[in-house]
Design a protein. Structure first.
Length: 201
C-alpha cells in the first residue's frame, strides 16, 4: 500500500517518458510533499524525504530512485540516505532539460550516478554526500551551483558545466577525477575554498 499524506498526492501512472509504470510524486503548488517511496516528481514545489530510500516498493525498474520532471523543484533529503544497487541514479532529471532545481541535505550511494542534473540549467546542490557510485558523484549542467558537498569513491567526484559556481566542496579518492569542469575556460573557481584531491579536506 502506498502511503498518502494530507498534503501530498501519490498515484500510479503509465509514464511513456520513463517507459514503465512508475509512482508519480506531486505536491500541490505552494505546498510541500513528504516522500516515502522512489518515484517521479512532475509538479513544481518543495519535497522532503521522510525516511531512507528505497522504501517498501524499491527502486524504479531502471535503477533510479527520484526522477525530477518539472521546473522549480526543491528536494530536501532531510539528512536521510538514498541507496542504489549499482546502476541508475539516486536523483536525476531523466536526461531532460529543466531549470531551478535544488537538492540538499543527504547521502546518496551505490548507484551509477548519485545525483545527475547534467541536462538541466541553474541547479543548486548543497550538503550532499555522494560516495561509492560507479560513475559520477554529482553532475550539473550549466550555471549550476555546488555548496558544501562531499564526493568520494566514485569514478568522478563532482562534474560541472561552466559557467558554474563551486563553494566549500570536498572530493577525494575518486577513481578518475575528483573535480571535472566542462568548458573550463568559462569558469573561475579559484576563490571557492574547495578541497579536491586531499584526504577529506
Amino acid at each position: 500500500m502506498v502511503k498518502v499524506h494530507k498534503r501530498f498526492t501519490c498515484i500510479f501512472v503509465a509514464s511513456l517518458l520513463m517507459g514503465h509504470l512508475s509512482l508519480t510524486l506531486a505536491a500541490p503548488k505552494g505546498n510541500s510533499g513528504d516522500i516515502s517511496e522512489c518515484g517521479v516528481i512532475t509538479e513544481p514545489g518543495a519535497y522532503q524525504l521522510e525516511q531512507d530510500l528505497p522504501g517498501r516498493n524499491g527502486l524504479l525498474p531502471n535503477g533510479n530512485c527520484i526522477v525530477i520532471q518539472a521546473n522549480s523543484v526543491v528536494l530536501d533529503l532531510g539528512d536521510y540516505s538514498i541507496t542504489g544497487q549499482g546502476n541508475g541514479a539516486g536523483v536525476t532529471d531523466g536526461s531532460l532539460s529543466f531549470s531551478n532545481l535544488e537538492v540538499r541535505n543527504g547521502t546518496i550511494s551505490g548507484f551509477g550516478d548519485a545525483l545527475d542534473l547534467s541536462n538541466s540549467t541553474g541547479s543548486v546542490v548543497e550538503k550532499i554526500k555522494a560516495f561509492s557510485n560507479s560513475l559520477d558523484g554529482i553532475s550539473l549542467g550549466p550555471q549550476g551551483v555546488t555548496r558544501f558537498n562531499i564526493a568520494r569513491e566514485n569514478d568522478r567526484g563532482i562534474v560541472m558545466t561552466c559557467p558554474a559556481s563551486a563553494i566549500g566542496n570536498s572530493a577525494w579518492d575518486n577513481n578518475s577525477e575528483d573535480f571535472y569542469l566542462i568548458d573550463e575556460q568559462l569558469c573561475n573557481l579559484s576563490d571557492g575554498l574547495n578541497s579536491f584531491g586531499s584526504s577529506g579536506g
